[in-house]
Design a protein around this ligand. Structure first.
Ligand code: BG6
Length: 475
């Protein structure tokens, strides 16, 4: 169907599979609400799909607390434009009924057949849903005009985690490739929708003062941190099957690594960016790993009593490209740590010292993803008064101070990208494959698990990550 370009972006049916889960009420409904308010989406309907005996009214009632300052008119319009389809994802016949419902919703709401399928389910449902949507004609593989603004579209979003191993993610990707053109597929990693993550490549490639220095000659080491103060928050069963390596490192942290370490993409478009990121992920070697589990984890609801699941992971890795020869990359993530921090610290090499007393610190560029979004450049400057006395100072860009506190949440940014068909911030099949390969390398090493106290900096064994260099974590 050929319709005006703006209509193609501004209207669609959201079909949320897994509509009664946490993600829908905490993130997806609030994101759609904000997109309506900001005019990103003008005409829409929502179809919630789940096995539970619920209604959309109940889903909206649960979502309400996650939407600040609700405008009742908009909220009511959302409820009135929503439909619920109760089905078991393994019941193949139910996909035919879903198809009938989608058609009747489109007709009733006079929508032009743009369909956004959101799989907010556990990954073991991904294959059956993908295959059955296609088998019942609910989705079609797009032809060469895929993602052009003149045509109606069908796009599918896969929530993380994407599988639970290299083998399972490959199976899912194979099923997807049979049914969809890659341009229809959006594998989400919500950290890629965070403002300061979006800033990594932009800061590198739009500032002359950074890019020429961005390699082993000038950079001494890189730290990538995803520490949390919260625990597993009632998600015991899920978390125990995954752990920190699979829940945080396989996706969020490795995506940050790929953005920091990639070569210049040929152009700033989705495929070139993802080519560059995939190359980095294919060149990673694991030098050392420290895994931990917080005290009391095994008593958490849903966790196996003798569980050996990691709630903390620290890695030292190398990237085998000329740009990064000899530069260690350190990563750290975990639950119940002393501090909430998602950040990248890039440590530059010291300069030749010409002073009698040399500055003790070298330069750092810190990209602070959360909670205090911004960038810091640690420089050396003169202390007031004394002629040759140097002190470290911070040049600070505070995102909230400059742009205000209410910039769009990650899911809002990413859903708007899906509507536009922009895949820059979505993960391609080969990246997922390399990332799971890295986790597989670690699993093969049979790394011991160390205990750590809640609220600490992680297990004492963290010092063994890099005994020679005696790494000092920036924070
Ligand atoms: C999710 C993980 O992907 O990311 C959670 O499953 C983690 O365990 C969360 O807490 C962290 O992201 P954010 O955006 O909440 O800081």
């Amino acid at each position: 169907m050929q319709v005006r370009g703006t209509i193609m972006q501004h209207e669609c049916v959201f079909i949320i599979l897994g509509a009664t889960g946490d993600l829908t009420k905490r993130k997806l409904i609030p994101a759609i609400y904000k997109m309506i308010i900001s005019g990103v989406i003008a005409r829409f309907a929502i179809i919630g799909v789940s096995v539970d005996d619920m209604t959309m009214q109940q889903v909206f009632d649960q979502a309400r607390v996650f939407v600040p300052d609700i405008r009742e008119v908009v909220w009511d319009r959302m409820i009135q434009s929503s439909y619920y389809h109760r089905m078991d994802f393994n019941d193949h016949a139910a996909y035919g009924q879903l198809n009938v419902l989608i058609h009747s919703v489109e007709e009733k709401n006079q929508l032009a057949s743009n369909r956004l399928f959101y799989l907010a389910t556990m990954p073991h449902h991904f294959m059956v849903i993908t295959q059955q949507l296609a088998a019942h004609g609910v989705v079609q593989k797009c032809a060469e005009l895929c993602n052009t603004v003149q045509h109606t579209w069908q796009r599918i979003v896969y929530e993380k985690p994407f599988g639970d191993s290299l083998a399972s993610s490959r199976q899912i990707n194979e099923a997807i490739a049979q049914v969809f053109d890659e341009r229809q597929v959006f594998r989400i990693d919500h950290w890629l929708g965070k403002e300061l993550v979006g800033n990594i490549a932009l800061a590198r490639f739009t500032n002359r003062i950074f890019e020429p220095l961005w390699h082993a000659e000038h950079i001494e080491s890189v730290q990538i941190i995803g520490s949390e103060r919260i625990g597993i928050e009632g998600r015991g069963q899920f978390y125990d099957a995954y752990g920190t390596l699979k829940d945080m490192v396989q996706n969020h942290l490795l995506q940050l690594l790929a953005l920091v370490a990639m070569e210049d993409p040929v152009h700033f478009t989705a495929d070139y960016l993802r080519d560059a990121k995939a190359t980095v992920l294919s060149k990673v070697t694991i030098d050392n790993v420290v895994l931990g589990q917080y005290d009391g984890y095994q008593e958490e609801l849903g966790v196996r009593p003798q569980s050996q699941t990691d709630t903390f992971a620290a890695l030292k890795i190398s990237i085998d490209t000329p740009r990064w020869q000899g530069v260690p990359f350190y990563m750290k993530a975990g639950k119940f740590l002393e501090k909430k921090e998602a950040a990248i610290h890039i440590k530059f090499k010291p300069v030749k010292c010409l002073l009698d007393i040399c500055p003790t610190d070298t330069n750092y560029l810190t990209i602070n993803i959360q909670p205090h979004e911004g960038m810091y450049l640690t420089l050396n400057a003169k202390k007031p008064g004394v002629f040759n006395d140097v002190t470290p100072i911070n040049m600070h860009f505070s995102h909230a101070a400059l742009f205000g506190p209410n910039t769009p949440a990650a899911y809002e940014v990413l859903l708007a990208d899906v509507l536009r068909g922009d895949q820059c911030a979505f993960v391609r099949a080969d990246e997922i494959d390399f990332a799971w390969g890295i986790i597989q390398q670690i699993s093969n090493k049979q790394v011991p698990l160390h205990r750590y106290a809640r609220g600490s900096a992680g297990p004492d064994a963290l010092v063994s990550l890099d005994p020679e260099r005696k790494i000092i974590w920036k924070t």
